[in-house]
Design a protein around this ligand. Structure first.
Ligand code: HH2
Length: 257
C-alpha cells in the first residue's frame, strides 16, 4: 500500500498539499512500481496534530480521487462524509485510524458500499498519544482492542472478509511497544484477518539507528522493518517508498515460498 498524503503537515514531509495532479502522478508511479493499492489521506495524524474540518479534508482529497478514478484506492479518513464521497469516486477501501470510534456513521457508510475496511489501534488521540503511553501487555491489549472493533464492525453490517487489522505503529506507543508488536505479530494474525503494518519512515526507526530525538526514519530502515513484519505474517505494508519495498519483499517472499 503506497502512502499519498495530501496534507501540509505530514510527519514524513511528503505532503502534496493543494497539488492534486502531482499527487495523482505520484500515486500512479506507486502503482506502476508494484503497489497493489494507494492510500489517499487529507488529514495528518502525526503526533501532536489537530484535526481538520470535513470541508477542508474533502477539498484536499476529492481532486486526487477524481484524478485516480479506476485505480485501486483506499481513503485514509475517520469521517463518514469523506468516506462516502471517496467511495462514490471509486475508492475500494476505508482506512480508519480510529477504528470506527470517531464518527458513528462511518460503519454504515462502509457497510452500505460493501467496501474494504482497515481498523487500526490507537491509544488516545494524535494530539496527546505519545505522552507516556503504557499498557499491561501491549500485544494482548492491542489484540483485545482489534478483536472488539472487528466484532463491532461486523455488528454494523460490515462483512468480516473485507476487514484488515492494524496494530497502529507509533500511535500511542514507545519504541519497545512498536518492536514488541512486530515481534509477536503472530498473535494478531491469529485473529484470522489480514494484518496491515505501517512502519514506513516512523521515528522509532530513526531512534533505533541511534538518534533519540529522531522524527523520521530512513528508507533503508523502513525496508528492513517491512521485511521483518512480512516474515512474521503481515499481509499489507503501508509505505512511502514503494519501489524499494516491492523489490525487497519480492526477494524475501522468494525465500519463504
Ligand atoms: N500511519 C499513518 C497514517 N495512517 N493508517 C494505518 N492503517 N496505519 C498506519 O500505520 C498509519 C495510517 C501515519 O503516517 P503518514 O500518513 O505518513 O503521516 P501523517 O499521518 O502525518 O500524514
Amino acid at each position: 500500500m503506497g502512502v499519498v498524503n495530501v496534507t501540509p503537515d505530514s510527519f514524513s514531509g511528503d505532503g502534496l498539499y493543494l497539488r492534486p495532479q502531482a499527487a495523482a502522478v505520484e500515486a500512479r508511479g506507486m502503482l506502476d512500481a508494484g503497489a497493489a493499492l494507494v492510500d489517499v489521506g487529507g488529514e495528518s495524524t502525526r503526533p501532536g496534530s489537530d484535526g481538520v474540518s470535513v470541508d477542508e479534508e474533502l477539498r484536499r482529497v476529492e481532486p486526487v480521487l477524481q484524478a485516480l478514478r479506476g485505480e485501486p484506492v483506499s481513503v485514509d479518513t475517520a469521517k463518514a462524509e469523506v468516506a462516502r464521497r471517496a467511495l462514490a469516486l471509486g475508492a475500494v477501501m476505508v482506512n480508519d485510524v480510529t477504528a470506527l470510534r470517531a464518527d458513528p456513521e462511518l460503519a454504515g457508510v462502509v457497510a452500505d458500499a460493501d467496501a474494504y475496511l482497515c481498523l487500526m489501534h490507537m491509544l488516545g488521540e494524535p494530539r496527546t498519544m505519545q505522552a507516556d503511553p503504557s499498557y499491561d501487555d501491549v500485544v494482548s491489549d492491542v489484540k483485545a482492542f482489534l478483536e472488539e472493533r472487528l466484532a463491532f464492525a461486523v455488528s454494523q453490517g460490515v462483512r468480516e472478509e473485507l476487514v484488515c487489522l492494524d496494530p497502529g505503529i507509533g500511535f500511542g506507543k514507545t519504541v519497545e511497544h512498536n518492536l514488541e508488536l512486530v515481534r509477536r505479530l503472530d498473535e494478531l494474525t491469529a485473529l484470522g484477518r489480514p494484518v496491515l503494518v505501517g512502519f514506513s519512515r516512523k521515528s522509532t526507526l530513526g531512534k533505533l539507528l541511534g538518534d533519540p530525538d529522531a522524527r523520521v526514519g530512513t528508507t533503508a530502515a523502513s525496508v528492513g522493518m517491512a521485511v521483518a513484519a512480512f516474515e512474521r505474517g503481515a499481509a499489507i505494508l503501508r509505505v512511502h517508498d514503494v519501489r524499494e519495498h516491492v523489490e525487497a519483499l519480492r526477494v524475501a517472499s522468494a525465500v519463504l515460498a
